[in-house]
Design a protein around this ligand. Structure first.
Ligand code: MN
Length: 503
């Protein structure tokens, strides 16, 4: 455990970057000194594990530094001022973003899922904040056994319904897969154990066949002049297998991709060559040949898939892609998210860069009618339709950031549920978006623990508590201080009813 290990993993070579990382390492080690995790381990172990993932994703130096500091404000071992002085605005921005995200909690209330995801994206603003949060969550899930049981379930549910889909939507499959499997383990321990056992026994059964297969194709590649390639086996995720089994009447014989052979080559031409060589040797299952290179999947995934008969009774799925496609599939948006020149690959430097790259994935996601596409994503996709030039794209992203991030705010109930409101909203708007009954009987409000008047403007991340009283009722004055149409409609309705009952 040392800064050098992190630097080596990150691949960063710039002296300034290395300095920043060393400084953040020393600072964090000292700041968390004497603190322990629930497991009894030093707290710094959690911080270090989180940073290790970020370095493994080849994030840039500010992100890695922010990873070291991600719990420093929350745990009160450092202030925003200290971080700003020691590490500058960029690192502070990332650290306070992660701190804000930490306040959000999801308790399985369906109507809050979308608000919560939006909140995460909006609060994050910079995709690097989300990536730090995902790494932090992944390590917390890896060590969840030390947490109280009722808390385990809540955290696992939140992870499965919010963080894993978010990682998936950002195409960081390597993180999404592990988050899914760990959540599944805590939410459905029995089904998890069953599926895992099935996976293991099927794996044992298939491995010799796969090895034989790989040996024979390697020989054929050599004979055909393909020398630059790698192969490995991909085992299906436990949760992903469980879901697939459910959609196939639990018939494991119908699932051919439990173990798949993966072949990586350096060019697209070689991908098709390799496919040709394999098909010349083994008969493919009809209808199972998928060209995701020519037509990428909705989340941007590219690969050739085929399923072949091995000739001795077995059926094997083969996935063929370039090294670059593989990196994208495993690390998704993280492979674009570092802003600076990074080793050999140069990445987008523009201010809107990360979001522009995020966009095609959102748009593609919205086009997928089979999924229940959230409305905000559909709206995004709709407004993107006529964009052709790069300038238009840039303007769109700018507008989008303004509309999407600046016209909505996200406040929290004391329990950490997210309430999505228009800018300028007041506690009355907040009350009505919880429930019309709460709105109608609002008598007072606390914002961040302090009593406030009902016309107080709520800000992003505020924790709002509504105080109700049975005898309280809406007044016509409320119509002037609310911003949301829902609140206006309810107030008008109730005022109308009051008038009628007085007649
Ligand atoms: Mn943490």
């Amino acid at each position: 455990m040392n800064a050098e290990e992190i630097i080596a993993l990150s691949g960063l070579i710039d002296e300034k970057d290395k300095e920043l990382i060393k400084k953040a390492y020393d600072f964090s080690l000292k700041a968390h000194e004497g603190q322990a995790r629930k497991s009894g381990e030093p707290y710094f172990n959690h911080v270090y594990a989180t940073v290790k993932m970020l370095a493994g994703l080849h994030m840039d130096a500010p992100t890695i530094a922010a990873g070291f500091l991600h719990d420093a404000i929350e745990d009160g071992v450092a202030t925003e001022g200290t971080i700003k002085n020691e590490f500058g605005d960029e690192v502070l921005f990332l650290v306070s973003g992660v701190t804000k995200l930490g306040k959000v909690k999801y308790r399985g209330v369906e109507r809050h899922i979308e608000s919560l995801r939006k909140f995460l994206v909006a609060t994050a603003q910079d995709i690097r904040v989300l990536i730090i949060k995902l790494a932090d969550r992944l390590h917390n899930m890896q060590t969840l056994s030390y947490v109280r049981e009722d808390k385990q379930k809540r955290i696992a549910l939140e992870t499965l319904e919010v963080y894993a889909p978010l990682a998936d939507r950002l195409s960081i499959r390597s993180i999404a897969r592990e988050l899914e499997d760990l959540s599944f383990k805590y939410l459905e321990p029995e089904k998890y154990a069953e599926t895992l056992a099935l996976l293991k026994s099927k794996g044992k059964e298939t491995t010799p066949t796969l090895e034989k297969f790989v040996k024979s194709i390697k020989k054929a590649f050599a004979e055909n002049g393909i020398t630059d390639f790698k192969t490995d086996y991909r085992e299906k995720g436990i949760y992903s297998l469980y879901r697939k089994l459910k959609s196939h009447n639990n018939d494991i014989e119908k699932i051919y991709d439990i173990l798949a052979v993966r072949i990586f080559v350096s060019t697209v031409t070689d991908c098709y060559k390799v496919l040709g060589i394999i098909h010349a040797m083994y008969r493919p299952l009809s209808g199972k040949i998928k060209d995701y290179i020519a037509s990428p999947k909705l989340n941007g995934y590219q690969s050739l898939h085929t399923t072949v008969f091995t000739g001795d009774g077995a059926i094997i799925e083969v996935q063929i892609r370039t090294y670059q496609m593989h990196r994208e599939a495993e690390y998704g948006i993280a492979s674009h998210a570092s802003y600076k020149k990074h080793g050999s690959h140069v990445v987008d430097n523009s201010e809107t860069g990360w979001f522009a790259q995020f966009l095609p994935k959102i748009i593609n996601y919205a086009k997928d009618d089979k999924k229940e596409t959230p409305k905000w994503i559909k709206d995004l996709a709709e407004s993107q339709k006529d964009i052709k030039t790069d300038l238009e794209k840039q303007e769109f992203v700018q507008d989008l950031k303004t509309d999407f991030f600046n016209e909505r705010i996200f406040a929290l109930t004391p329990k950490g549920e997210v309430i999505d409101l228009p800018v300028g909203a007041t506690p009355i708007d907040f009350a009505y978006s919880i429930h019309s009954n709460v709105g109608d009987h609002t008598n007072g409000a606390r914002v961040n623990g302090k009593m406030v008047s009902l016309d107080t403007v709520i800000h992003n991340g505020d924790i709002v508590e509504i105080i109700t009283r049975e005898s309280a009722k809406p007044s016509p004055k409320w119509l002037d201080i609310v911003k949301s149409n829902t609140a206006k409609r309810h107030i008008n309705n109730t005022l109308e009813k009051q008038k009628k009952s007085r007649l």
